[in-house]
Design a protein around this ligand. Structure first.
Ligand SMILES: Cc1cc2nc3c(=O)[nH]c(=O)nc-3n(C[C@H](O)[C@H](O)[C@H](O)COP(=O)(O)OP(=O)(O)OC[C@H]3O[C@@H](n4cnc5c(N)ncnc54)[C@H](O)[C@@H]3O)c2cc1C
Length: 383
């Protein structure tokens, strides 16, 4: 039975929203509801996390469960990027330890179950539509996709963790700054025979870059990141074109040729570098990709979503205590987001500017520039 009033409503049940929910419930006796427009078994992009993400998992009280699952530590990256020779980035020298490769459905399930253990409901297939100001918070209008009906509830605080669309913040008129916009075509496959390195394989080509990573349970994810018009032009979504593209690479082709693959499944994901102009208001905060969204070249997205989800949870508690009158915690949160964005942009620019082998390529010319383009978000985020 849904209550009509909550202390905090979290929009989005990805890593950011779920980390925020667990943090809130760990630290206070507050009424929290998480809603998500998708289904519980939604396929999410991303499977490699940096060692720092383990501190978030520990903070959420989930380290034991994480260690018992079949995620594995991997030894680093091999890349052909900016030169024809392969370069190695071995995690053996990293004082933080190795990065981790996730069994993503198991990881997502771990977060969902942790929220349930905190007696908090996740309303799946429930979409945020609009809001009205209410006494001490907002009145939200939601759409129940199963019952096909709208309903309303009140929230003293809203955490917008709705991904790059930042649907709540944007409905308040907060602008998203788009630094870059690409598209990722992912192929998940089963490995039937042959041995594949656990290292991440990364390789630039004239129109974008390739990524391949072994997953738990003898699975493989391969991905091509490019611009949407390029993907349309080369019709990469066709299975044979994707395999042909890989066969024309240097590094991925050499590693994948001896491996027998089957059961290919393809998915397309928009890839943004974007940030919200402002990540808080009197009764709301934004976390995860809704606040700032990273290109997967950074391999920081899940970590950033967990850590900003945790920070948003703590900040929301401070704001609730003062009934929205003391905004000092929110200002600190904004500063943290601004710093993270600057670090990310510096790192991203450095990565892309390293690739100088195709001076005629529009893809690399655009990535080498640091100015913000007047992009319009891809269609699915315009509503
Ligand atoms: C192709 C690709 C590969 C990537 N690879 C990696 C990687 O290897 N490592 C890494 O760390 N990061 C990676 N990332 C980034 C990473 O996936 C994201 O940064 C991270 O998952 C974002 O988590 P989130 O909780 O902020 O948002 P999301 O996981 O996007 O969750 C947002 C949720 O909000 C819901 N929602 C949206 N609108 C509404 C609405 N109106 N009402 C209710 N609910 C709504 C959505 O259904 C969704 O479940 C990758 C990203 C892409 C695109």
């Amino acid at each position: 039975m849904r209550s009509a009033a909550y202390d905090v409503v979290i929009i989005g049940a990805g890593p950011a929203g779920l980390a925020a929910a667990i943090t809130l419930k760990k630290h206070a006796d507050v009424q929290v509801l998480v809603i998500d427009s998708g289904k519980a078994d939604k396929i999410r992009a991303g499977e490699s996390i940096p060692p720092a993400a383990l501190s978030c998992i520990s903070f959420l009280g989930l380290r034991d469960i994480f260690d018992r699952a079949n995620h594995f530590a991997y030894p680093g990256h091999v890349s052909v990027w900016g030169r024809h020779l392969a370069g190695f980035n071995d995690s053996v020298l990293d004082p933080m330890g190795p990065p981790w490769r996730l069994n993503r459905p198991v990881f997502d399930c771990m977060l969902v179950e942790a929220v349930s253990r905190h007696q908090t409901t996740i309303a799946w297939e429930t979409q945020y539509l609009s809001r009205q100001p209410a006494l001490d918070g907002f009145e939200l209008t939601l759409y129940d996709r199963v019952k096909r009906q709208n309903y309303s509830l009140r929230a003293k605080m809203v955490i917008d963790a709705s991904g790059p669309g930042a649907h709540f913040a944007r409905s308040l008129g907060i602008k998203t700054h788009l630094q870059d916009q690409l598209i990722g075509l992912l192929r998940f496959s089963s490995i039937n025979a042959g041995k594949l390195t656990a290292q991440t394989l990364l390789e630039a080509d004239q129109n974008g870059w390739w990524y391949a990573a072994k997953l738990p349970q003898d699975k493989l994810v391969s991905m091509y990141i490019t611009e949407a018009p390029v993907l349309r032009r080369i019709n990469m979504a066709m299975a044979e074109n994707f395999s042909k593209g890989i066969s024309q690479t240097q590094l991925l082709a050499a590693h994948l040729a001896p491996v027998a693959l089957s059961d290919h499944c393809f998915y397309k994901f928009p890839v943004y570098s974007s940030r919200l102009e402002q990540v808080y208001g009197k009764h709301w905060l934004a976390a995860g990709d809704a606040a700032l969204c990273f290109d997967p070249i950074a391999a920081q997205g899940i970590y950033k979503s967990l850590s900003t989800g945790i920070k948003a949870g703590k900040t929301a508690l401070a704001m609730l205590k003062s009934n929205g009158h003391d905004m000092s915690a929110a200002v600190l949160y904004q500063n943290h987001i601004d710093d993270s964005w600057q670090q990310y942009i510096d790192q991203r620019n450095q990565h892309y500017q390293q690739e100088q082998r195709w001076p005629e390529s529009v893809f690399w010319q655009k990535r080498a520039e640091t100015k913000v383009y007047p992009y319009k978000m891809m269609q699915e985020f315009n509503t």
